[in-house]
Design a protein around this ligand. Structure first.
Ligand code: G3P
Ligand code: MG
Length: 248
């Protein structure tokens, strides 16, 4: 079978930084992830209306802040005024929205690996992919571990490939498409990141035989985590940082 690409990453990846223990996609979440022994984080990155890369999962700010409306129409200054912590718990009141640059500096300084999920505002797929790739190239210059860039948005992956081909990429899929081999080849990916429901021993073996790594989101059942790791999966994204974590 094919030679596997290098994978300098932990098999345990803290989803959105701190899983369910802290407000997602914040620096506070990353500190919680680090305290639980995680050495790799996944987080979601998009552009503000004035082209600042920030960490946010949803298209709207409603669920994760005290503001309202689409992120796409807000400037960074507007987003920076919102409270991204209180929705989670009072202990995180006032937690700010971090920039991608701030999180890159935090992770590099602490020897933490990153899976940067490119999560574009609707219609901004290619420009977000380009912006993330060019920023990541600068921010991780001289770092020991390159960030893994991933996206459900294939236009974003294509733009990342064209902008910074040297950075490793993963194709994220809601459902495993029949032509996954062709798509991984097209975007010169190192990995396929799947929904954990689709994970089988056969699929893991087939992805490895084709010369790619495979990771699964979001694995919150410790028994399921153990099974997927036994099957040889290369990474699991988890929200349950206390129950599913690297051995101390
Ligand atoms: O990158 C893995 C996972 O985060 C993808 O789904 O919706 O949590 O960003 P979502
Ligand atoms: Mg994500």
């Amino acid at each position: 079978s094919a030679k596997l690409p290098s994978w300098p990453y932990s098999r345990y990846i803290a989803h959105r930084g701190g899983g369910r223990l802290a407000p997602e996609n914040t620096l506070a979440a990353m500190r919680v992830g680090a305290e639980h022994g995680f050495t790799m984080f996944e987080y979601d990155v998009k552009l503000s209306s004035d082209n600042v890369l920030v960490l946010m999962h949803d298209d709207d700010v409603d669920r994760t802040s005290n503001g309202r409306g689409p992120a796409a129409t807000k400037t960074f200054a507007e987003l920076a005024q919102l409270d991204f912590g209180s929705w989670h718990s009072a202990a995180y009141a006032g937690e700010p929205l971090p920039t991608f640059a701030a999180v890159a500096r935090y992770t590099v300084a602490n020897g933490i690996a990153s899976n940067v999920e490119i999560k574009p505002c609707p219609g901004r797929e290619a420009e977000t992919g380009r912006a993330v790739a060019l920023a990541a190239r600068q921010l991780w210059q001289g770092a020991t571990q390159a960030p893994l860039l991933s996206s459900f948005a294939e236009d974003a992956l294509q733009a990342a490939l064209e902008s910074a081909p040297e950075l490793p990429r993963a194709l994220l899929v809601e459902k495993v498409p029949a032509d996954w081999r062709e798509r991984l080849a097209k975007y010169e990916c190192v990995a396929l990141n799947i929904n954990q429901k689709d994970a089988t021993r056969e699929l893991i073996d087939a992805v490895h035989a084709a010369g790619y790594r495979i990771a699964a989101w979001t694995v919150n059942d410790p028994e399921r985590a153990r099974l997927l790791l036994d099957w040889g999966i290369d990474g699991i994204f988890t929200d349950e940082l206390a129950a599913i974590r690297p051995a101390a």
